[in-house]
Design a protein around this ligand. Structure first.
Ligand SMILES: [Zn+2]
Length: 108
């Protein structure tokens, strides 16, 4: 683990930590950014995929991943997970405003 994930062509450094929240029924829910990393899409409308692996979750935007099928992780949020896996997720930009400001999208 150690917070880094190796891929074939680069090392992914997480942008931040997953924010968790309770859903009112006592269930833990993951919160992911509502805006994709490029800033162009609202993933709740455009669609997203969240793939967890090695202590990290990669939240990719469907249109961005389709535009960059060779290196989708470069166009996704990479967040550190903690605790038990959750069964559901919510989308909210508010907990991630600082991360978005500090991790500007770098086009290829
Ligand atoms: Zn996008």
């Amino acid at each position: 683990m150690g917070g880094r994930a190796e891929t074939s062509d680069n090392v992914i450094t997480p942008h931040g930590d997953v924010v968790y929240r309770g859903d009112g029924l006592g269930n833990r829910v993951s919160v992911f950014p509502a805006t994709c990393r490029s800033g162009e899409h609202q993933v709740g409308q455009e669609g997203y995929r969240a793939v967890e692996h090695g202590g990290l979750v990669v939240v990719s935007c469907v249109p961005c991943a389709a535009a960059h099928p060779d290196r989708p992780a470069r166009h996704a949020w990479v967040l550190r997970v903690s605790g038990a896996p959750t069964r559901s997720a919510e989308l909210d930009d508010l907990p991630y405003l600082r991360m978005v400001a500090n991790a500007p999208f770098l086009p290829d």
